[in-house]
Design a protein around this ligand. Structure first.
Ligand SMILES: *Cc1c(COP(=O)(O)O)cnc(C)c1O
Length: 413
């Protein structure tokens, strides 16, 4: 029997326990697959994957209990203030849940202020466009966070705005937006906050007692380390109650999903049963690791190792240290004309690491994710692989073009 099968047979409760028991050479949850240094889908534990080897009836008591446990566990992640909230899962990728949240909580008579500094902020605005919801965008480009003062100013000038839509970690650059000051500014002006915490929830705290919001959204395949297939919204019960009839969509009506689930224990339409089973295991592992604080600490360590290591090779990060999230980091491509991203990508993949292309509008860049079943030990191997790949391309220095640094300086000024 191979090691993997032996691990499944032993039915270990949590991959981190297994990790400690086996030698570093085989600390690869997927043995042979490359690590996904991407912000979801990401590298999951064997234990999580193993849960998908069994079928569940969507209406059956066992699966209903799993859905309930999942909702309870997710609610527990927002701390003591959770009683005023409920958790509504929704089939589809994360964007389906974002669309469900925007369409369910912003009434047709409402107006949103979207705080954008990258692709996901733009996607929320585009969603509102499709939904025919009035909105304006505060667009900060690729580098800069929307600050509380700016939000306060816009809200003071435009009394028609009912909701502020903020991205917690803008995954396209890796910038960590100042969600606390955004929340303060929003509620000081008597408006409601909707948070796309897709790539942050589970690793960065969003305690309901610390930060005020009407709803947040995340999905199965980000910091909880499940596999893709559904998202979830954690929302104030009062907002859920008030949202009846708002939704533009039958399938994406969170109020209807919530009401049906609370009445019957079932999802309205076919649930991704295997994905839920895997996600429940991921939530148990999240708790065993030490919850949000421990998950965030591991990711921060991953980030620190990769940033320090890549800087030692000459690479530069897009963002100043203050705005670097522990989720994903953007690096400029080196100035050396011998550096070709596609070749670098292929070399890294051969060494067991899938990196992520950049998503910046103006400058060449690539991204390295810090989330998933990886630790500092793995991240050091990533740096070694990058060093080897540069050597093989005959690139001696990872330093970016002067123009990139000047552009960054100009925009930050
Ligand atoms: C991943 C992500 C989403 C959702 O993307 P999908 O591809 O639809 O799962 C939305 N917002 C942010 C910030 C994300 O990182």
């Amino acid at each position: 029997m191979s090691i993997d099968c032996a691990l499944i047979a032993q039915n270990q409760p949590c991959w981190s326990v297994v990790m400690k028991a086996i030698s570093p050479e085989i600390q690869r949850p997927h043995l042979g697959e490359p690590f996904l240094l991407t912000p979801g889908p990401l590298t999951t534990s064997y234990q999580v994957k193993a849960q998908m080897l069994r079928d569940w009836g969507s209406w059956d008591d066992d699966f209903r209990a799993m859905t309930q446990e999942m909702r309870d566990r997710l609610l527990a992640l927002i701390g003591d203030g959770a009683e005023a909230f409920d958790c509504v899962p929704m089939q589809g990728s994360g964007s389906f849940s974002v669309e469900a949240m925007l369409g369910t909580f912003i009434p047709t008579s409402g107006k949103a202020l979207v705080l954008a500094n990258g692709a996901y902020g733009q996607r929320s605005a585009q969603t509102l466009q499709y939904l025919n919801r009035d909105h304006i965008i505060l667009d900060k480009g690729d580098y800069l966070p929307p600050r509380g003062e700016m939000v306060a100013q816009i809200l003071a000038q435009d009394p028609a705005i009912t909701h502020v839509v903020a991205i917690h970690c803008e995954t396209s650059s890796g910038i960590l937006n100042p969600i606390e000051e955004i929340s303060q500014a929003t509620y000081a002006a008597g408006r409601a906050l909707l948070i796309d915490s897709m790539s942050a929830f589970g690793a960065l705290p969003l305690d309901a007692n610390q930060i005020r919001y009407e709803a947040l959204v995340s999905s199965a395949n980000k910091c909880i380390e499940g596999v893709p297939g559904f998202g979830f919204v954690i929302a104030c019960k009062s907002a859920l109650e008030a949202s009846k009839g708002n939704s533009h969509s039958l399938c994406l009506d969170l109020h209807a999903q919530w009401a049906h689930m609370n009445k019957t224990g079932q999802w309205r339409y076919t649930p991704p049963t295997h994905v839920v089973a895997a996600f429940l295991e991921a939530l148990r592992a999240h708790e065993a690791e030490g919850g949000v604080a421990a998950r965030g600490a591991r990711y921060r360590q991953n980030r620190d190792v990769i940033v320090e290591g890549m800087r030692s090779l000459g690479f530069e990060t897009l963002l100043k240290d203050r705005w670097l999230s522990p989720i994903i980091v953007t690096f400029f491509c080196p100035a050396d004309p011998k550096f070709k991203f596609e070749q670098f990508y292929t070399l890294m993949k051969k060494k067991g690491f899938i990196i992520y292309p950049g998503k910046l509008t103006k400058l060449d860049s690539f991204r390295v994710g810090c989330i998933g079943q990886m630790d500092a030990h793995i991240m050091r191997q990533v740096v070694n692989a990058a060093q080897e790949a540069l050597n093989e391309m005959d690139v001696t220095d990872g330093a970016p073009p002067v123009a990139a640094l000047e552009e960054r300086k100009r925009l930050l000024a």
